[in-house]
Design a protein around this ligand. Structure first.
Ligand SMILES: [Zn+2]
Ligand SMILES: [Zn+2]
Length: 92
């Protein structure tokens, strides 16, 4: 029986909680130390931009929600400026 509540990194003897896995399956299998090349953090929130694996640091409106990384918030700035928000694309 596998205890799914105490999920651990698949590396032998590693007791860390896994946060990395194949982006396609979204299943966390390894910790940051033992992750394989190409594996992405499937636990942390990622930038809303399709295919971007960076962690979001910017909100695109006044919602105080981190949705985009610094790179992609710039690309969408033009859309944001049309909104009524006084601080579009501000770092949260
Ligand atoms: Zn590990
Ligand atoms: Zn991004």
């Amino acid at each position: 029986m596998v205890d799914i509540r105490n999920k651990r990194c698949r590396h032998p003897d590693c007791t860390k909680y896994p946060s990395y896995g194949q982006g396609s399956t979204n299943k966390a299998e390894y910790c940051s130390k033992h992750r394989h090349q190409g594996m992405v953090n499937v636990v942390s929130k990622r930038c809303n931009h399709a295919g971007c694996t960076k962690q979001p640091s910017h909100g695109k409106d006044c919602s105080n929600k981190r949705e985009l990384c610094a790179q992609h918030v710039k690309e969408r700035m033009t859309i944001v400026r049309q909104a009524t928000c006084e601080r579009p694309g501000v770092a949260i």
